[in-house]
Design a protein around this ligand. Structure first.
Ligand SMILES: [Fe+2]
Length: 214
């Protein structure tokens, strides 16, 4: 059963100092406990005014926001996306990144993206290319083909299957890296949770529920 209203803030999956030196405690604290928490609170407040929407899953809210009541539509779109995107973002980092993608994901990266070096380069280009606030993504389609995407604001790449995301809102890096988004990306890359990315790729291949907390 996937989660629906009322949503709760997922705990940070590691300690605030566990991603040092790449991501510092202050950044993680404000990003998770203030920004992410605000998206959860705001989404619940909006859904409290929409009983017909309260049985929708987070993925449904993100994908089908255009069917929501007009006065709530944009707010729910923004905040449901904020909850979905940040859930994957925080799970996508780890104190123990492991040795990289597993065999199946590595083969797909070689096939679709030209190898790890080209993948990192394309992901970084996407992250640096987001104008204003948004996200860079590694996604796969139902055939298992990988691609790199960008989304603006809190939009998601659904119904494509998200595997990994880099938050390039300034609140994700400004306290530590100021305007140096590229340095933040390189640091974030050192903390990518490859076991999670590999697991999600396997789940997408099996057409299982795609939400990372399923
Ligand atoms: Fe964020």
């Amino acid at each position: 059963m996937e989660p629906h209203y009322p949503f709760s803030l997922p705990p940070l999956p590691y300690g605030e100092s566990d991603l040092l030196p790449e991501i510092d405690e202050k950044t993680l604290h404000f990003h998770h406990d203030k920004h992410f928490a605000a998206y959860v609170d705001n989404l619940n407040k909006l859904l409290a005014a929409c009983p017909a929407c309260q049985s929708w899953t987070l993925e449904q809210l993100c994908q089908y926001w255009c069917r929501l009541p007009g006065d709530l539509r944009q707010g729910i779109r923004n905040n449901a996306g904020g909850v979905y995107n940040h859930t994957l973002y925080f799970q996508g980092m780890t104190p123990t990144p492991g040795e990289g993608p597993d065999v199946a994901l590595s083969a797909a990266i070689d096939r679709d993206l030209g190898g790890m070096s080209a993948f990192k380069s394309a992901m970084k280009t996407a992250a640096l290319g987001v104008f204003g606030s948004g996200w860079a993504w590694l996604v796969c389609d139902r055939e298992g083909t990988l691609s790199i995407r960008k989304t603006a604001n809190q939009d998601t790449p659904l119904p494509l299957c998200p595997l990994l995301t880099c938050d390039v809102w300034e609140h994700a890096y400004y306290l530590q890296y100021q305007n140096r988004r590229g340095d933040y990306f390189d640091a974030w890359w050192q903390r990518v949770n490859w076991p999670m990315v590999s697991r999600l790729y396997g789940q997408c291949q099996e057409n299982r529920p795609r939400y990372p907390q399923d």
